[in-house]
Design a protein around this ligand. Structure first.
Ligand SMILES: *[C@@H]1O[C@H](CO)[C@@H](O)[C@H](O)[C@H]1NC(C)=O
Ligand SMILES: *[C@@H]1O[C@H](CO)[C@@H](O)[C@H](O)[C@H]1NC(C)=O
Ligand SMILES: *[C@@H]1O[C@H](CO)[C@@H](O)[C@H](O)[C@H]1NC(C)=O
Ligand SMILES: *[C@@H]1O[C@H](CO)[C@@H](O)[C@H](O)[C@H]1NC(C)=O
Ligand SMILES: *[C@@H]1O[C@H](CO)[C@@H](O)[C@H](O)[C@H]1NC(C)=O
Ligand SMILES: *[C@@H]1O[C@H](CO)[C@@H](O)[C@H](O)[C@H]1NC(C)=O
Length: 522
């Protein structure tokens, strides 16, 4: 009986929290917060008595440096102002006064900084806390030195309807101390989010605000609006995965953990999710992921009254490796590929202004949290921050590993020659990280092919074991393609790994199409 009640309770969905007309700021406006800096203006909002006048002031020491007035709207009991763009820095005090003539009330938020605000979302690898990663005690004790990097963590809540404000917050805006950062496993604060912000701060040297909103075991459908699911033709999930999984229902986390943040001015988003979609709508991920990005961009742009950029930078982590019993398993390789909308690299036409951290070489067989939760989050965040520096901040920095730009069959069909977009470094030996699809009149088969020779920007594969037509080639197409930092190919300057890829050999497309191998070739 008791057990059953607990079960019911944990699956209870948040229905509409009645906002009331108490004069207050939105849930996520509090002491220690970071507001988005110039060129955007930060959006400030809250609730109040319909019709009342509200004045929002920004104070530096005792001086009022900005004042914005507005009225509480009758239909929603909300008031909203957009601050003028501010240079990075602080601290400031934010004051809101509601004028009811006979009775006035004042709200104050102290220690406010201006800087860049990043939202971090996804499933358990995003939710994994600083206490769970390698070198956790050093990471926790050194955090206090980064007091301009402020952290905030949204509580785990689901809802059937889009909510206006967060019903619950796990960690209100805080300075990073080991107590604030290091809570229990898969709670808060997100290690990837924290480390990403810390690397950015080391480069930018101005305040960074980090908003974590993630939940373990959740598919992309839970984080997607009805609009994006419809655009991809996603149908209702019939079979739910087993225990240990988070909410699976369509849009429930979008409704309760993302939509309420839509009016916040943001710099960008980072995302680490996809493991749960190896069971659910895997073949649609090349639609659901680009659609989620487009829909979040549109929502935040409109919600912030145009202050959050229309094409704001969106970074993500490509799935890492884990120890799978299924040797021939293609679930992870397919999700990794679909994370790039089947291009193999980002940004690309379908995913503009995005960046990706490749993580397939960061597998962790002995992770106490299961090998699906690798503990090296430092390298993940480092690679992600390189992408942000290039894509979000316009720095000329290498942020992608090498991808082949030309593939040719040479030596009378015995060699496949790959020319790369950038220099390559051969780091490890591997005779099976490349595979070739070899077709004869009746079928195609993937054969491992060893590397013959390589130079600074190209390599040759020995395909003499293929006694048919080699129609396609794949790199690192495995759940666990290589050991820790020991994949075959890296960029020599940045030590960024070559991402997994799948390419059809275009002049052989006739054969390829016959076998349905390369449907995108026309
Ligand atoms: C409330 O504020 C307004 C404007 O600042 C002022 O005119 C009015 O006297 C105040 N009312 C009270 C009761 O303090
Ligand atoms: C997505 O991938 C599937 C195969 O997994 C393919 O059939 C489909 O055409 C792709 N869709 C898009 C939009 O690229
Ligand atoms: C948040 O943004 C939405 C979409 O633009 C808008 O309808 C809503 O009024 C905004 N909320 C506030 C409090 O400004
Ligand atoms: C952990 O700390 C050691 C010693 O400083 C360092 O060599 C290693 O790279 C760190 N590990 C990670 C994952 O950052
Ligand atoms: C075609 O390839 C398959 C598998 O590689 C092999 O079993 C079959 O004998 C081959 N057929 C011909 C006609 O070569
Ligand atoms: C290619 O591999 C075959 C065995 O499959 C071997 O006999 C041959 O010598 C190799 N070619 C080169 C150029 O290494």
């Amino acid at each position: 009986m008791i057990l059953q009640a607990g079960l019911v309770l944990s699956f209870m969905l948040w229905v509409d929290p009645s906002a009331g007309n108490e004069f207050r700021f939105a849930s996520y406006i509090s002491d220690y917060m970071v507001l988005q800096k110039e060129p955007a203006g930060a959006v400030i909002w809250g609730y109040g008595v319909p019709g009342a006048m509200v004045t929002v002031s920004l104070l530096h020491q005792q001086d009022t440096i900005m004042m914005k007035g507005t009225w509480v709207k009758g239909d929603s009991n909300t008031w909203t102002v957009v601050l003028d763009p501010m240079k990075p820095g602080g601290p400031f005090e934010l004051m809101a006064e509601q004028d009811l003539g006979s009775e006035n009330s004042t709200l104050r938020v102290r220690e406010v900084l201006f800087g860049d605000v990043w939202l971090c979302s996804g499933q358990s690898n995003m939710q994994m806390t600083v206490s769970q990663i390698f070198n956790s005690s050093e990471e926790l004790s050194s955090a206090v030195a980064y007091e301009s990097v402020r952290i905030f963590s949204v509580a785990l809540v689901q809802a059937w309807q889009e909510l206006e404000d967060l019903p619950k917050v796990d960690l209100q805006w805080s300075k990073p101390t080991s107590e604030n950062l290091g809570h229990g496993s898969f709670t808060y604060m997100s290690a990837v989010c924290w480390l990403f912000g810390r690397y950015l701060y080391e480069r930018l040297r101005y305040p960074i605000g980090l908003v974590a909103s993630s939940w373990g075991g959740t598919p992309i459908e839970a984080w997607s609006s009805g609009r994006s699911l419809k655009a991809c033709g996603v149908r209702k999930q019939e079979r739910l995965p087993g225990p240990g999984f988070g909410p699976q229902e369509h849009s429930v986390l979008w409704n309760a953990m993302i939509h309420p943040l839509q009016n916040m001015t943001l710099k960008g988003v980072i995302w680490y999710q996809g493991e749960a979609n190896r069971f659910i709508n895997r073949d649609l991920y090349n639609c659901t992921f680009p659609e989620l990005i487009a829909d979040w961009r549109q929502t935040f742009h409109v919600g912030s009254r145009g202050q959050t950029e229309e094409l704001f930078p969106f970074g993500f982590v490509q799935l890492s490796s884990f120890v799978s019993e299924k040797i021939q398993d293609e679930e992870f390789p397919i999700i990794r590929w679909h994370q790039t909308a089947d291009f193999g690299y980002v940004p690309n036409q379908r995913m503009p202004n995005t960046f990706m951290a490749v993580a397939m070489d960061l597998g962790d067989k002995y992770s106490p949290f299961g090998s699906i939760h690798p503990r090296d989050k430092q390298t993940v965040a480092y690679r992600l921050h390189l992408g942000a520096r290039a894509v979000a901040y316009g720095e000329k920095v290498i942020f992608q590993g090498p991808v082949p730009k030309n593939i040719e069959v040479l030596a009378e069909g015995k060699q496949l020659h790959l020319t790369y977009s950038q220099p390559i470094q051969v780091t490890a030996q591997s005779d099976n990280i490349f595979t070739v699809s070899c077709c004869n009149n009746s079928q195609c088969k993937w054969l491992p092919v060893p590397m013959d020779t390589f130079s600074s920007q190209s390599l040759s594969l020995n395909i003499s074991s293929c006694h048919g037509v080699p129609v396609a080639v794949r790199y690192a197409w495995a759940t666990w393609p290589c050991d820790y930092k020991q994949c075959l190919l890296y960029n020599p300057a940045s030590t960024l790994p070559a991402p997994p890829f799948f390419a059809c050999i275009s002049h052989l497309q006739g054969t390829a199409q016959k076998f349905g191998m390369c449907p995108h070739l026309s």
